[in-house]
Design a protein around this ligand. Structure first.
Ligand code: ADP
Ligand code: MG
Ligand code: MG
Length: 329
């Protein structure tokens, strides 16, 4: 902490959405800071209860069970979540798609048992995979805001590529209500940085090296913005020396290769979560073109070419990024 300001670091960690949730702030009012962090973590837990595809009683699970039969009445928050997801699908030309779920299951990424499916198996499932199969009807009524309907019998929603970012934004709103002016919110690597850490220094966020487990590529110095990384190094399986990543191109039904990690900086947690996954699928050239549509979005893209890691960063990314030397461990 900053001795001159007398601020103390207040921090709490919980397991939420199957990953670590951690919120830190520097404060003179430790009691209020603790209460704020508690409430913000509770808010993330509430988002998990809304959006989980593991919890059977979540709104998302209910929609997955019922929406192919008839339109399902949904909460305003849930509709907003789906609308935001559809926004990124439209913008990315379908590279980002929350209906990719049946294909993710087919490859065995949900039960951690990797399996290479045949083209026939993939092609059988592909018609269910399209954000265009999700139909939202708005009622213009606060009590009954609208419904979600699936146009294909096998369509399912997977919140995995955007839900954590969405929860980060909800937690941020709670911190602000408590008057918190500096914080770092981290939900499984989906990070929002509010203000400056102890009254003067920028919050620093390390970027994991995609191949050296205990090293960082470098660190970001951020203020009032979010960052997230999609990579092939946390959830993947290997068969005969080939690495299959958990990020699928929804248009082909196959794991993406070429890209190994994408880090995004953007104004919100939802943005960075959705954008990192989208750019990962689109690859460097198309990904950068797509990013230009989002004001304030910057990227670091890591690709593997001939066994070597090649990094590309946008100018705005480099301004906030400090590269470190790697030992290769
Ligand atoms: P993380 O698992 O670290 O949150 P991402 O945010 O990139 O990484 O999300 C990847 C998850 O999203 C996958 O595990 C899968 O459940 C789902 N997914 C895979 N491919 C896509 C895609 N093209 N569009 C949307 N969701 C996807
Ligand atoms: Mg994502
Ligand atoms: Mg994510």
């Amino acid at each position: 902490g900053d001795e001159a300001s007398g601020k103390k670091l207040v921090k709490e960690t919980r397991m939420i959405m199957g990953t670590f949730a951690e919120i830190s702030t520097y404060s003179n009012d430790v009691k209020n800071a603790g209460a704020a962090i508690d409430a913000a973590l509770n808010e993330m837990e509430r988002m998990d209860a809304l959006l989980s595809n593991y919890k059977k009683d979540s709104e998302l699970s209910r929609v997955n069970r019922e929406a192919a039969k008839a339109p399902v009445p949904c909460s305003e928050e849930f509709l907003e979540f789906i609308e935001q997801s559809l926004f990124f699908s439209e913008l990315s030309g379908g590279a980002f798609d929350i209906t990719v779920s049946p294909i993710v299951s087919l490859w065995g990424f949900f039960n951690e048992k990797g399996h290479i499916p045949s083209d026939e198996e993939i092609n059988r499932l592909l018609p269910s995979v399209s954000y265009k199969n999700i139909e939202i009807k708005r009622n213009g009524d606060k009590k009954k805001p609208g419904t979600v309907f699936f146009k294909h019998i096998s369509t399912q929603i997977d919140p995995g590529a955007i839900g954590k970012g969405y929860a980060v934004d909800k937690a941020l709103n709670v911190l602000k209500k408590y008057g918190i002016d500096n914080a770092c919110i981290n939900l499984g690597g989906n990070i929002y940085v509010l203000g400056v850490s102890d009254g003067k220094d920028a919050w620093r966020v390390g970027i994991q090296h995609p191949r050296y487990k205990n090293e960082i590529l470098g660190y970001l110095e951020l203020k009032d913005e979010a960052t997230a990384t999609s990579g092939d190094y946390e959830r993947f399986f290997e068969i005969n020396g080939v690495r299959y990543s958990h990020i699928i191109d929804p248009r082909t039904g196959k794991p993406v290769n070429g890209t190994i990690a994408v880090t995004i900086i953007a104004p919100s947690g939802t943005d960075v979560d959705a954008l990192s996954t989208s750019v990962y699928v689109l690859g460097q050239e198309k990904g950068l073109k797509y990013l230009r549509e989002i004001p304030g979005a910057e990227a670091l893209i890591a690709c593997e070419k001939g066994g070597k890691i090649v990094l590309y960063a946008t100018r705005g990314f480099n301004e906030k990024f400090t590269r470190v030397e790697n030992e290769g461990k």
